[in-house]
Ligand binder design. Sequence first.
Ligand code: SF4
Length: 376
Amino acid sequence: MTAGIYLHIPFCKSRCSYCDFATDVYKSSDAVERYVNALCEEISNSQEQSQTAETLVDTIYFGGGTPSLLTQKQVEKILNSIYKKFNIQSDIELTMEMNPATVSIETLRDYRSLGVNRASFGVQTFDDTELKRLARGHDANDARQTFRLLREAGFENVSFDLIAGLPRQTIADWERNLDEAMKLRPEHLSLYLLEIHEGTPLAEQIRNERQPLPDEDLAAEMYELMLEKIAANGYRQYEISNFSLPGFESRHNSKYWLLDPVYAFGVSAHSFDGKRRFSNERDTAKYVKLIEENGGAVVMREDVDVASEFIFLGLRLNKGIDLVEYRNRFETDIEETYRDNLSRLEDSELIELTLGNLKLTQKGMLFSNEVFAVFV
Ligand code: SF4
């Protein structure tokens, strides 16, 4: 089994109205430098994850936040700390998340020269009015330009995100977004339905009736349209929200759904070693202080109910769960343990149970949280 490494970079140019990630607005290059030093220190000190020294690592993922706010030197420094500590496979998938209007052809070439071979960036919508409403801090042309620059810099594995069900978005608006995405033809797409998180400006705007509540029926219509469009254009859905051209599934993200080990560093990072989960401090200033004073920032360790997570994470994948594999691994039958719930979910057309396989139906993908609740 191979492992992945996740690095959290908690800085953004501005705060999007729907975002509840652990990220801060970029204040000064000194603050970023101090954070990068803490991150490198955490990587080289890491004891909990030391068993990975023997495990081959085949993915590194810079997520955020906006990792593309890092300089070439900072990325190089972080990678050097990783290469010193871990056993890295030669054909590694090395992804960097980016945001439009944060990269130039020079920075992208720099990243390429450091081995970054996959880019994932946030478009969310190609509509300027919607972007403004989300306080995204860039316009649609910035997103188009980022895609062009990525190709020019030699990125042959590019992913971007779009969100459906934005406030006041119509089905025709969503269709225009999908059409533009199909025309650009990235190797990978993450297509999400908008989720409203408590404590975000968007949640507040909805409460104050300045924005409408998302319409569930419209979201279902958008999801259906998206599945039709992507299939007609040669993309394959491999997970509820993820689609790719053949051979371009995200190797790193698949690790989460397959319960492979992922060692995560940085503020609010969550590691999983196959049995236990470790979570880091969620506040950036406190994280840096903890690393500087103690060399580590893990604030929570828990044993994971692997059998239960195997089900609800596996169900996210289009191929679903291999029931024989489950039986061999956990010495128990899903059908027996969850008999009543499974027949209820089958009657509601949320799951499909065939000989040796359990998976979500299209309707189940739309109401996946309802299904997952059964197995938590
Ligand atoms: S760019 Fe991404 S991480 Fe940063 S505020 Fe916006 S949604 Fe959040």
